[in-house]
Design a protein around this ligand. Structure first.
Ligand code: ADP
Ligand code: MG
Length: 693
């Protein structure tokens, strides 16, 4: 491999390349409209487009695409080649400013939740110059936002950019109170990505993996993750080769892939990049997931990004590390070293505490999916209850401030804001609790409830907006204050007292916490079907419209899309189970049963008592009867869904009836797997899937 520094970012039309390839005044105008978030002037756009095209062709590209993130949760692209006929049977390569700035994909097949009537099928994509263009697989990809002609967002990117603007505006109001002017405050994110790798040949023998991304049947193997020998273990050669190729491809795209290691479950791994602006981090995480999927094939592997590919071992999540940074690179979530920096930090910290407490519902909603429902609260991931970990030291400091008592740290002090210095927190002391859904880890927050396959856009839209909202209230209050320091003290004290029920430093996986959280009045929205409908509550409509992040109709349509998606996922899973049970499992168990019964008959003819065979045949017969009953039960449940008119009741029905019927069917099928001969069983087992790579 070439040196990392030589390949890094070579496929990105980044700032350096822009400076190199664009006339100086064009470059300056482009940067200006990027900073002001304005659409490019057509004349500049033509120059930029031409430079981009020449650069891309030099790198071997033949096509371009507007790369966008519709509400399907994955990315979309439609490739057009650069060729334009010249009339003499030849072609030239062209790419205009118009094509760079705006695209009009026929978008009628993307979910819009009623925002775009089918007769008005067109949506348009618009270049987001804050995310650089890049080349992937011979195509120049232009990151774009995707909207309807009425201006409503049809994608994940648009609200994310709006939410970044909202928090930028409010955070700068706060900084002004501390006498600071900065060009921009942006949120930064580092998304740690978990995934599974399974052997490709085995994968293609399992319809459940192919159609749903997870195993719908499968008895537990003799060994799971109990030995804890996979976590951080030596990486096997085939996996290592995959990881190397992945790193290299991501580096070419300017993605700072940094850490890779084996995870807790067998066949599970993790990749963590170095953090960057939330907008870029979102694009980069989508690309990371896409490359994981495509590159795995080069190594005869398949990458599973599902939240729960295997029952009985940990599923996969994503940790969203989040902080705020000024244009000068000051991390506003860093406690700092002076009393002054401490005071500013404590104000931002208080904003996050209040935001998380007041909008538990939104944080829960932002990570809700059928897949993630299998993880949350299953002793491998935080529960569905949103709470916050501050660590002992920081909690004690907040308590001391709130109660006006001494802080019993290295020395007893009264923590007076703006006068005393807080102790430095080592990462070690803030990072011990791995069970918290939302943990302060020294100089950033780690939101740990995300599912592995989801776009990180949704949780960050929520985080940015809820914190922006609290900052806006804080700014309004403090801007009026005559004595800033004393107003600050009062505010921090009050906010902490009013919101401290959200802070929990204990074990989030314990049953006691569920009871305690209920006593505290915290929300516990167990499933997606329970969480999503709350998205369109008046509180949330008021919040998002106030900050211009979502309009009311965007919220209502998104609620519909999310619930509809949930039902569709469960419907596909249920149909896949029916097909597998009927076509493969039932016949397999019947063959084995016939073998057993025939052996019993033969033995009898020879005068031998077929004790074992009779026992086994009876068990098989019982289980087969039960299997058929459960197949019928699931089929009936699926049929009933047709009669449900609205999507909210539909989601409830899927959760209550269809999921239960699926679990029932699985239990019996897994019991059959355990007693059937290996040669009869139609699918690769968990042992093979989890331990063969
Ligand atoms: P863990 O201990 O959870 O495995 P690591 O320390 O390996 O986490 O990684 C944490 C992630 O947090 C990395 O992606 C890192 O780049 C990111 N991170 C660090 N600082 C910030 C910050 N200021 N803003 C956002 N993300 C950050
Ligand atoms: Mg982490």
């Amino acid at each position: 491999m070439a040196k990392i520094s030589e390949v890094f970012g070579t496929m990105v039309f980044n700032d350096n390349i822009m400076q190199e390839k664009l006339p100086h005044d064009t470059y300056k105008k482009l940067k200006k409209s990027m900073a002001e978030n304005k659409t490019l002037d057509r004349s500049i756009a033509d120059v930029v487009a031409n430079a981009m095209k020449d650069w891309a062709i030099e790198k071997g590209a033949t096509h371009y695409t507007h790369w966008f993130q519709p509400l399907t949760g994955i990315t979309a692209e439609k490739h057009d080649s650069f060729i334009t006929p010249t009339g003499d049977g030849k072609v030239i390569m062209e790419f205009s400013g118009k094509e760079l700035i705006k695209g009009e994909p026929d978008a009628s097949s993307f979910p819009s939740g009623g925002l775009r009537a089918t007769f008005e099928a067109r949506g348009y994509t618009a270049w987001d110059p804050t995310s650089y263009a890049f080349i992937k697989d011979g195509t120049l990809c232009i990151p774009t936002a995707f909207c309807s002609y009425g201006g409503e967002a049809l994608d994940k990117k648009t609200p994310l950019l709006r939410s970044m603007e909202a928090i930028d505006k409010q955070a700068r109001r706060i900084l002004k109170l501390f006498g600071k002017e900065t060009a921009q405050v942006m949120t930064t994110v580092g998304a740690e990505q978990e995934y599974f790798l399974v052997d490709q040949e085995l994968y293609y023998r399992r319809k459940d993996l192919i159609f749903t991304g997870r195993t719908l049947f499968g008895a537990k193997p003799p060994k799971g993750q109990e030995m804890e020998d996979h976590y951080f273990g030596v990486i096997k050669p085939r996996v290592s080769a995959f990881m190397k190729e992945l790193d290299e491809e991501l580096w070419k795209l300017g993605i700072l892939a940094k850490t890779k290691h084996n995870e807790a479950a067998p066949a599970q791994h993790e990749l963590a990049p170095i953090f960057t602006s939330t907008n870029l981090a979102t694009d980069q995480n989508q690309l990371t997931m896409e490359f994981m999927k495509t590159l795995a094939g080069h190594h005869d592997l398949v990458c599973l990004l599902h939240e729960k590919p295997f029952a009985g071992v940990n599923g996969s999540g994503k940790h969203n590390n989040w902080a705020l940074s000024t244009a000068e690179g000051e991390n506003l979530m860093d406690p700092g070293k002076t009393p002054y920096e401490n005071a500013q930090f404590l104000l931002f910290l208080s904003a996050v505490i209040k935001a998380v407490n007041e909008h538990q519902d939104l944080l829960r909603i932002s990570i809700a999916s059928a897949g993630n429902d299998h993880r949350l609260g299953a002793n491998e991931a935080p529960p569905a209850i949103v709470s916050m970990f501050l660590g002992e030291e920081l909690t004690e400091i907040m308590e001391a401030i709130a109660n006006d008592t001494d802080y019993d740290g290295p020395e007893k002090v009264k923590m007076e804001l703006g006068v005393h210095i807080m102790p430095q927190f080592s990462k070690d002391s803030t990072d011990r609790n791995r069970t918290s859904p939302f943990a302060f880890t020294g100089n950033k927050f780690e939101f740990r409830m995300l599912g592995s396959s989801q776009s990180i856009a949704d949780p960050n839209v929520v985080l940015n907006t809820i914190v922006a909202d609290v900052l806006s209230d804080f700014a309004s209050e403090l801007e009026q204050a005559e004595d800033f320091t004393s107003a600050l003290n009062t505010l921090i004290r009050r906010v902490y007292k009013e919101n401290k029920q959200i802070i929990f430093n204990g074990n989030n996986y314990s049953d006691e916490w569920v009871e305690e959280a209920e006593r505290r009045g915290l929300l516990n929205l167990l499933t997606t079907a329970d969480a999503i409908p709350r998205f369109e509550s008046q509180k949330n409509i008021d919040l998002f419209t106030k900050h211009g992040v979502f309009s009311e109709s965007e919220i209502i349509s998104r609620t519909e899309i999310l619930l509809d998606h949930y039902c569709k996922v469960l419907n596909i899973e249920a149909l896949t189970m029916l097909e597998m049970a009927r076509q493969d499992i039932l016949p397999a168990a019947m063959s084995f049963s016939r073998e057993v019964t025939e052996t019993a008959l033969c033995k009898k003819q020879l005068g031998i008592t077929p004790k074992m065979e009779e026992g086994l045949a009876t068990t098989l017969s019982k289980l087969l009867n039960s299997l058929q009953e459960k197949i019928d039960g699931l089929e009936k449940a699926i049929l009933c869904t047709k009669e449900i008119g609205d999507v909210k009741s539909g989601a409830q029905y899927y959760k209550n009836e269809v999921c239960t019927a699926m679990e029932d069917l699985r239990t019996t099928a897994d019991e059959l797997e355990v007693i059937c001969g290996k040669a009869y069983w139609p699918y690769p087992t968990y042992s093979e899937l989890l331990f063969s790579v």
